[in-house]
Write a protein that binds this ligand. Structure first.
Ligand SMILES: [Zn+2]
Length: 108
């Protein structure tokens, strides 16, 4: 077993949208998205930023990718269960998927 850094502690049962009206980004911390959380930490207030526009219908922006909400939930589950960062959880899921895709087909 290899030791990995623990993912930051977050309330993942409450995974929702940033509290700033019209923002639309996924919550990061204290009910804010990453950008608004940074604003609040640095200046004490959440300034307006360009409204979030999803890249394609039915997907959310997650770790630089456009993923379905179901995929984001599955990745978050892996991250929590295995104490992985988001990126490491995505890599883990990809490796499992590729191992299955490239597995030799049973002869018969
Ligand atoms: Zn926001």
């Amino acid at each position: 077993m290899t030791l990995r850094p623990k993912a930051p502690k977050q309330d993942l049962s409450n995974w929702k949208i940033c509290q700033v009206q019209g923002c639309g980004r996924l919550r990061f911390s204290k009910k804010y998205c990453q950008t608004h959380h940074r604003h609040v930490v640095k200046t004490g207030e959440a300034r307006p930023i360009r409204p979030y526009r999803p890249r394609s219908k039915g997907t959310v922006r997650y770790s630089g990718l456009s993923l379905s909400a179901a995929t984001v939930e599955a990745i978050e589950r892996i991250a929590v269960q295995r104490h992985l960062s988001r990126g490491a959880a995505i890599a883990f899921a990809l490796e499992i998927w590729l191992a299955q895709e490239t597995k030799p087909k049973p002869v018969g």
